[in-house]
Design a protein around this ligand. Structure first.
Ligand code: ATP
Ligand code: MG
Length: 391
């Protein structure tokens, strides 16, 4: 049977009180951008939902894959519409179910009537009973009101009746763009792409920054991997900017002047300083990192304290309380894992000390930093940098 609508439900947006329209409109705008290549008739808000009118040429598989990844969408269904006439609704429901049952093995059902048109001649319990009885007589399904295999929604809206039952779960959260721009430090490892995704889920748009030492990573090596990661993350936030910042001059200066045990802390402080400069260019309101408490030496409480102190911008480490395995399962779900495990020589992991400092003291780090001279390099690097656009 030809579906006529995609019905999109959102959850958290409904809690937004007076700002609700702002969030709903942002979600409609985002969906429109993501489905711009897909053939469909119309998209609009209706009674606390977003509806896409689809047609014979709509690629259902493709649209499902797209909607699954759009932050702000809690779940969605493909539906058929019918006139608000109980006899027609009965027939359509049975037709839809019998066709579905040709390929799917389901045994039990329940009808879940929803009625936003309060003038409709039957109330929800009556619709449940009448449509339920007709389905029972005309399909092989049995009723189970507690744990049905199929919950068949019969939704009586102002204009039409929608019938649907196959639910696809989305990401939930808030539409990207509703909370502002963040500068996300992306390393090519497993964690930072997951951190970036988590912030998308909370409505932020990431501008990506990667620090690369071409003498370690090679002129072009690795960059492909970062671009691939950002491309995968575009599925959640759309078109993205990536700044690849040359890091070799900073590392050279640090290696010449800082004891090896403290280098990582100072590398990361400079990363935050440079990310802060990108934030100025991009109206970024904060920084994102893939830190998870005590996962590696640079992420002990003392070291995080010393590193985060370098910038006044708020820093968001959304993985801070997560275990590696929890992070990996999200990486698998968002399909960054396979890219993250490709070989790549990160500028920092290559130069890691045998016995790195784990209890950095801010005043000691600050006085060590007096031995390096990087202001000129920062100015030049920032003046010459341009983002790569990825979609
Ligand atoms: P990841 O898996 O994200 O690489 P990690 O566990 O390897 O994280 P670190 O290498 O200590 O941890 O990096 C911690 C965070 O610092 C990263 O999640 C990332 O946000 C940032 N970071 C580290 N190296 C780079 C880099 N070369 N470019 C951009 N950001 C980086
Ligand atoms: Mg790393």
């Amino acid at each position: 049977m030809q579906y006529t609508q995609a019905i999109i439900h959102y959850d958290e947006i409904t809690l937004k009180g007076g700002n609700r329209t702002f969030f709903e409109n942002a979600l409609v705008t985002n969906i429109k951008k993501f489905i711009s290549e897909i053939n469909y008739n119309n998209i609009y808000k209706e009674g606390g939902k977003i509806i896409i009118d689809i047609n014979d040429h709509t690629d259902i598989k493709k649209i499902r894959e797209i909607l699954k990844n759009i932050p702000g969408i809690a779940n969605f269904h493909f539906a058929v519409s019918e006139e608000k006439d109980l006899e027609k609704i009965n027939k359509k429901t049975v037709e839809l179910l019998n066709e579905f049952l040709q390929t799917e093995n389901k045994e039990t059902f329940k009808i879940e009537a929803r009625r936003s048109d309060k003038k409709f001649e039957f109330k929800s319990p009556q619709i449940n009973a009448k449509v339920g009885e007709y389905v029972l007589e005309n399909t092989k399904l049995k009723v189970d009101v507690h744990q049905p295999n199929l919950e068949v929604v019969v939704e009586i809206s102002q204009k039409k009746c929608y019938i649907y039952f196959e639910k696809t779960i989305g990401i939930g959260g808030l539409p990207v763009g509703t909370t502002g721009n963040l500068i996300s430090l992306i390393s090519g490892g497993i964690d930072s792409p997951v951190a970036s995704f988590m912030m998308n889920k909370r409505g932020a748009k990431n501008i990506y920054v990667h620090f690369k030492n071409k003498n370690i990573a090679g002129q072009n090596d690795g960059q492909d991997k970062i671009v691939k990661l950002v491309k995968q993350l575009c599925k959640f936030q759309g078109k993205s900017k990536l700044y690849i910042i040359p890091f070799e001059e900073f590392q050279k200066e640090i290696i010449a002047n800082i004891p090896s045990k403290d280098r990582m802390i100072i590398y990361r402080r400079i990363m935050f300083q440079l990310a802060g400069e990108i934030a100025k260019k991009e109206k970024g309101k904060g920084l994102v990192t893939g830190d998870s408490l005590s996962q590696v030496a640079s992420q002990t409480i003392d070291n995080i304290g010393a590193i985060y102190n370098k910038t006044k911008l708020p820093i968001f480490p959304p993985l801070i309380g997560m275990n590696k395995q929890e992070i990996i399962s999200i990486a698998e779900k968002i399909e960054t894992f396979q890219i993250s495990i490709l070989p790549y020589q990160d500028c920092c992991s290559f130069l890691i000390a045998k016995h790195p400092e784990t209890r950095a003291k801010l005043d000691e780090i600050e006085s060590l930093e007096e031995n390096i001279h990087i202001d000129e390099i920062i100015k030049r690097v920032v003046a010459n940098i341009a983002p790569i656009l990825i979609s």
